[in-house]
Design a protein around this ligand. Structure first.
Ligand code: AMP
Ligand code: MN
Ligand code: MN
Ligand code: MN
Length: 299
């Protein structure tokens, strides 16, 4: 929550009083968002965001453009971020890195490795989708929707499949074809959780366990994941995000409190009108949480 609501400039007075002015998870078209990095920053500024992190999947490519744009917006501070795709017990685990040094060689090399795996996965995914749908050209089709050819993922395949009439919208296509267990889904080994955390921390950043309600893990495996994440030095979790309904917010707020972890807030914005919260639209953390962002607002 804004510690001092009076810090909001008068121009931002239209912003809903129950948003928190902080958004530490969002995407541009450097990965699977639809807006260019500068458009993301401008939209965030218009929505009253004071502290923003651009956290594209497995790439730092959007940051130069976003940082250049952020310099034009007084009152908005942009953190260099990333969302790393990791694996744990056959499930995908997303780890957000905040305030990383985008020039860090080990982080860059690690992300390159993840992207190489992503490209190979896309070939296997295209074959699975073509077999399931009885069509050709899935990879070329997905690539038309990927502004950054280095990061092609399920969202790009989904957009092509909607265009081709295989579903009404992306959510329907995920539900029928792209979620785990569906015919267009291929298992993939990303990187280990400790490796992803080490890259982030080695680059001076803070590792945050993203949208935990989306984890497809048994209770036992979830506990093991939390131990692995903490064992690697991770101590923060997203409590408020678009994937969390009010019940999930309470649940992960209790988790953060019990573990003495810091709590983060992020819309996971990909495109206007697609998710629960727009850029900067997240409500504040529940009482008693320790915000992960105090270090950046106190500077
Ligand atoms: P990938 O990293 O290629 O496995 O793709 C994961 C991305 O797919 C997420 O970051 C979302 O952008 C998108 N996604 C996952 N599930 C859904 C869904 N049910 N509806 C729409 N988009 C989704
Ligand atoms: Mn995404
Ligand atoms: Mn994610
Ligand atoms: Mn995300």
């Amino acid at each position: 929550m804004l510690r001092d609501q009076t810090l909001l400039e008068p121009a931002l007075a239209h912003v809903h009083p129950f948003t928190c002015g902080v958004d530490l998870h969002c995407h541009s078209n450097a990965s699977d968002g639809v807006l260019a990095p500068a458009q993301v920053v401008m939209r965030a500024a218009n929505n009253g965001v004071r502290l923003l992190a651009l956290t594209d999947h497995d790439t730092l490519d959007g940051l130069d453009e976003a940082l250049a744009c952020a310099r034009q917006h007084r009152g908005l501070r942009l953190l260099a971020g990333v969302e790393i795709s990791a694996s744990f017990c056959d499930a995908s685990v997303h780890i957000v890195g905040l305030d990383v040094d985008a020039d860090n060689a080990a982080l860059r090399a690690g992300l390159q490795r993840v992207r190489d795996g992503r490209a190979k996965r896309a070939e296997r995914m295209a074959a699975a989708i073509e077999a399931a749908l009885g069509v050709r050209g899935a990879l070329a089709g997905a690539m038309r929707f990927a502004q950054n050819p280095a990061v092609v993922g399920r969202a790009h395949f989904a957009r092509w499949m909607v265009e081709q009439g295989f579903g009404q919208d992306e959510a329907a296509v995920f539900q029928h074809y792209l979620n785990p267990g569906k015919p267009g889904y291929v298992a993939h080994d990303w990187v280990s959780v400790p490796e992803a955390v080490a890259w982030i921390q080695g680059a001076g950043g803070v590792a945050v366990l993203a949208h935990p309600a989306r984890l497809r893990l048994s209770l036992k495996a979830r506990s093991a994941l939390i131990r692995a994440f903490a064992g690697a030095g991770g101590a923060a979790v997203e409590v408020v995000c678009s994937a969390h309904d009010d019940k999930a917010v309470r649940r992960f707020a209790r988790l953060a409190q019990g573990l003495r972890w810091q709590a983060s807030v992020g819309s996971d914005f990909h495109a206007p009108g697609k998710a629960r919260f727009d850029l900067g639209g997240c409500p504040p953390l529940p009482p008693g949480q320790r915000p992960v962002w105090t270090r950046w607002l106190e500077d």
